[in-house]
Design a protein around this ligand. Structure first.
Ligand code: ADE
Length: 227
């Protein structure tokens, strides 16, 4: 899969690009990641990157012309490229959406910055994604969140079992997990996990996943019932 990220701040990806899982995905050919610097399409002048809003108001918005040029460069004529703008008005990101995006051959993510986009940029994208009901200073962190969630689902990046039982995949949160020591100052690992009885462990985990979900995210069970 190819992921192209259009951004005015490519330098903010430095740490993200050093992520172990991301690097492994690139190394084993599951992912090719490309940063497209929108500034290179602004004719070298900040005046051509963002500007005051027509009608007045504070803040600057990204201009349509360099962003559309960056989108076209990211697509590189690929008819299968899916372009998503990152914006609080988008569909709220979820594990289901991560699974759907992981099926794409080419995903182009477009990061907004400052006070947002010129409205006409939305005429050049296929969809909009928000990572939650809050406002970030730019789409860069949102693009990293989405890339992280998608890349770990690509074939060969993690062991298949690692992504099967985890939170949201089953409609429930993940069951509690433990490692050594079995007894931490009297706080003990549940007996059943030390029993070696695989059927009992499986049943315990299923029940615990339900209890954890009921306790911390009862809304997930509600939405399950509505479906
Ligand atoms: N840009 C600013 N806020 C955002 C959000 N919540 N999700 C995605 N992109 C954004």
């Amino acid at each position: 899969m190819k992921i192209s990220i259009c951004t005015v701040a490519p330098e903010t990806f430095e740490g993200f690009l050093q992520g172990k899982v991301l690097q492994r995905a690139v190394r084993n050919g599951a992912l090719s990641l490309e940063l497209i610097d929108i500034r290179t399409f602004a004719g070298g002048s900040f005046r051509h990157l963002d500007d005051n809003t027509f009608g007045g108001g504070t803040g600057q918005v990204l201009r349509v012309d360099p962003v559309v040029k960056a989108i076209e460069a990211a697509k590189g004529g690929d008819p299968d490229a899916y372009v998503a703008a990152l914006t609080p008005r988008g569909q709220v990101f979820s594990q289901k959406m991560a699974r759907d995006l992981a099926e794409l051959s080419h995903l182009v993510l477009v990061c907004g910055h400052y006070e947002g986009f010129d409205e006409r940029i939305y005429h050049h994208v296929d969809g909009m994604i928000s990572i939650g009901d809050f406002v970030l200073t730019g789409g860069e962190l949102a693009s990293q969140v989405i890339t992280d969630a998608v890349v770990r689902l690509l074939p060969g990046v993690l062991k298949d079992e690692a992504t099967q039982d985890e939170s949201f995949e089953t409609g429930l949160l993940e069951y509690p997990q433990y490692t050594q020591p079995a007894d931490y100052h009297g706080d003990k690992v549940p007996e059943v996990l030390l029993s070696g009885n695989h059927a009992a462990i499986k049943a315990w985990r299923r029940e615990q996943a339900r209890l954890v979900t009921e306790k911390f995210r009862p809304d997930l069970l509600e939405s399950d019932r509505k479906e």
